[in-house]
Design a protein around this ligand. Sequence first.
Ligand code: OGA
Ligand code: NI
Length: 338
Amino acid sequence: MDTMLHITPSYTSLPDGFSIPADQLHPATTSTVVTLPVIDLSGSRDDVCHAILHAGKEFGFFQVVNHQICEETLREMEAVCDEFFELPVEDKMHLCSDDKSKPNRLFSGSNYKTSSKMYWIDCLRLTHTIRIGDSKNNWPNKPQRLREVFENFIEQTRVLGMELLRMLCKSLGLPLGYFDGDLSGGDMVLGVNLYPPCPEPSRMLGLPPHCDRNLLTLVLSGAVQGMEVFYNGDWIKVEPMPNAFIVNFGLQIEVVTNGILKSVEHRVVTNMSLARTSVLTTINAANDCLLGPAEELLSDSNPPRYRTIMCRDFVRIYTEWLEQCEGDMKHHMKPFKI
Ligand code: OGA
Ligand code: NI
C-alpha cells in the first residue's frame, strides 16, 4: 500500500484514478426530510419490541437511545480512535494491508485497486473472536490503552446487540434465544472508519451503496453527517443523534426472517470541510453454522424464499456474485432465492 488518505496533508482535487459510477452518486433528495425512528430502550419492553420490528420493516435502520452504554465508554472509544489515526506513520504503516483475509488490518479505500474502484475512506478493521478469547493480543498496541478500550466497547455493544436480537425474536414470535449460540457465534468485526475532508464530494463517496453481510451492525457516528439510507427509491440522510447507536439489519437477518426484514442499502457521502469518524461493531453467524429461514416463520402460505446453506458459503457466494455484478445491487440476493 503506497499511502493512506489521512496521512496526506490535504487534497485540492481528486487524485488520479478516482471515479465512481454516476448511478452511485445520485444525490439524496433534500426536499423530503425523513428521520430514522429513534427507539428509547428505557420504554416498556412491549413497546420497544414492537418499535424494533416496525422500524426494521419500514427502514431496516433505526437509532437507539438510553441503551445502557455509558457516555464515558463512548467518549473513550472516540478519543482512542482519534489518537490511533494521529499516531506517527511509522507506528501504523505495518498494519496496512490490502489482503482481505487478514483479520486485523488498516486499509484505504483509495487502494481498492482490485476492483478499480476507489472510495474516500481509511479504515481500521479488527476481529474479535467469540469462541476462543483474547483476540485482542493481535490488535495494535498503540495507543497504549487501545486494546483495553476497544475490548470494553466490543463487549458492551455485543450485550446491546444481543438484547436487540432477543427483542426482535419476541416481536417475530421466535423463541427468545433463537440467535444465541452459533447463529451469533461468528467473529465480531470492529471497524473504525475515517472519512477525511474530500475536495470534490459530488464526485466521490466514502462508501458505495451496499448491504451489510452480517446479522446486525451497530454504528456510533460522531456529529458529522454522512450516512445515507435507501428508502422508497431515494437516498435519505441520517441525522446522527448524540450518544445514539445507529442499528441496521444485515443480510443474514433477511435470510433468517425469510424476508420479513430486509437488509437495506446504505452508503456514505463525503464533505469538503469536516473529517468524519464512525465506529461500528457487527454480530455475525458462525462460519460453520447453517443459515436459512427460521422454520417457525414458514407455512404453506409463506414458503422459504431463500436456500439454507452454510454461513461461510453464503458470504463467499455473495461476495463473488457481487464482484461479478460489479457492485450493482439490483439482483444482489439472486443466488440465494428459491
Ligand atoms: C459500513 C458502513 C457506515 C459509516 O462500514 O458497512 O455502512 O457511517 N459504515 O461508516
Ligand atoms: Ni454498511
